[in-house]
Design a protein around this ligand. Structure first.
Ligand SMILES: Cc1ncc(COP(=O)(O)O)c(C=O)c1O
Length: 408
């Protein structure tokens, strides 16, 4: 990215004047940390001893046999503390907050994973914490709301707009503009104004650095393809950055929702429904109408249900370095079931998008092929959505009984 945080015309920092000094302070802190070899060592040490890194690269033997290729390998970001790759970014930004001497953090969250990770970091570092979450997401991700509150965070349900992730981001920016002196906004993905896309990618690059080394150690070669789901794009940028200069095909999988032809999806780069625009402080492909109004998005996975996408991924789409595909809700639930039953892995609904596309393509690959799928998070948080989708009678009975007890 250039000095202004632009890459091939995408990105930048389209922010109100009042926030300019705060962004400059953040950029200076990030640059200084990045140029300080002790900082990456401190970060790696924190991730090793607090979050359990390096996460394993698991050979999925049963899935490999089932789909008839030599190797399906799963990068296990679900095994991070708090259950997703979000910890990588949050802990890194937490170290920067300490360097900047601020005392309060705020964040937006969709699936709740980033909110839980931020509340965890705040508890560990002793920061005050406020999390903005769309009201719709508060309803569908209640267990994560519960944990954020137990961790000491204030969770603010956002009732404006369509009450999902983009509305939570707007609200977080509003808060930041009035509390800049004390507060840092821990943006959860590789989106937003510069330096966030670059900074979040930097922290998430730990996934790709490890995965590249691990696949070579385990197979003696590079993989043919790497699959990652794409919401804002942070887990995808994280794993892809390890293979960017290698002859490896990179596949980003977006939320196909009810199907691209229905318009009810959140696919910016794999569909023809998005166009380039400026919103939320940066320039990228957005799902917007002709007047620049953001469109409603849909996905079974709250963490992929977003109108914009990382400006770096928009560039990688236009340069042809990354191929973008979409997986429908239906294909995702089926892939999740296959991963659970054949391999004992429980991917988050977001991650299951990467599994779905990999499973669709694997049977057409040459038998000696090796692929890597990024399991960005674990599926425990999705129990309500998945139990509904499978109409699980035992679960329904349990909920009815529990509701009855609360009534009494
Ligand atoms: C488990 C998991 N994977 C993926 C995502 C999507 O985010 P990103 O595209 O930034 O990796 C989320 C977002 O909440 C998530 O919780």
């Amino acid at each position: 990215m250039d000095e202004q945080g632009m890459i091939n015309g995408f990105g930048g920092a389209f922010i109100p004047e009042i926030l300019r000094a705060t962004f400059e302070e953040l950029e200076d802190a990030f640059r200084a940390a990045r140029n300080d070899p002790a900082f990456w060592r401190e970060y790696k040490d924190l991730m090793a001893n607090y979050s359990g890194r390096p996460t394993p690269l698991t050979f999925a033997e049963n899935l490999s046999t089932h789909f008839g290729i030599a190797g399906i390998y799963i990068k296990r970001e679900d095994l991070n503390h708090t259950g997703a790759h979000k910890a990588n970014n949050v802990m890194g930004q937490g170290l920067l907050v300490k360097r900047m001497g601020k005392t309060r953090v705020i964040a937006e969250t969709g699936a709740g994973q980033h909110g839980v990770a931020t509340a965890t970091m705040a508890a560990k570092f002793g920061f005050e914490c406020t999390i903005y979450m769309g009201e719709v997401d508060v309803e569908r991700q209640r267990p994560n709301v519960f944990w954020m509150e137990r961790l000491g965070a204030e969770v603010v349900p956002v009732r404006r707009g369509t009450r999902i992730l983009k509305d939570a981001i707007n609200e977080a920016f509003r808060d930041w503009a009035s509390h800049m002196d004390t507060t840092h906004y821990v943006l959860g993905t590789a989106c937003g104004p510069h330096p966030f896309p670059e900074m979040v990618t930097y922290f998430q690059s730990i996934i790709g650095r490890e995965a590249r080394q691990q696949i070579i150690e385990q197979t003696g070669r590079l993989p043919d393809r790497v699959y990652a789901c794409v919401g804002g794009g942070s887990n995808a940028m994280g794993i892809f950055s390890g293979f960017m200069d290698d002859p490896v095909e990179l596949v980003g999988v977006e939320a196909g929702g009810k199907g691209l032809s229905t318009g009810r999806h959140a696919s910016r780069l794999a569909s023809n429904d998005a166009s380039v625009g400026v919103a939320q402080g940066y320039k990228t492909y957005f799902l917007q109408n002709e007047d620049g109004q953001m469109r409603e998005t849909h996905s079974v996975a709250a963490g992929l249900d977003y109108v914009g996408v990382s400006p770096i991924l928009s560039h990688l789409k236009e340069s042809g370095r990354v191929r973008f595909e979409a997986a429908t809700d239906k294909a995702v639930l089926s892939a999740m079931e296959t991963a659970i039953q054949k391999e004992g892995l429980i991917p988050a609904l977001e991650s299951a998008h990467a599994f779905a596309r990999a499973f669709e393509e694997a049977p057409d690959l040459p038998p000696e092929s090796v692929i890597v799928i990024n399991q960005s998070g674990r599926g425990d948080k999705d129990i309500f959505t998945v139990a509904d989708a499978f109409a699980d009678p035992g679960w329904q009975q349990f909920i009815r009984k529990k509701a009855g007890e609360y009534h009494a």
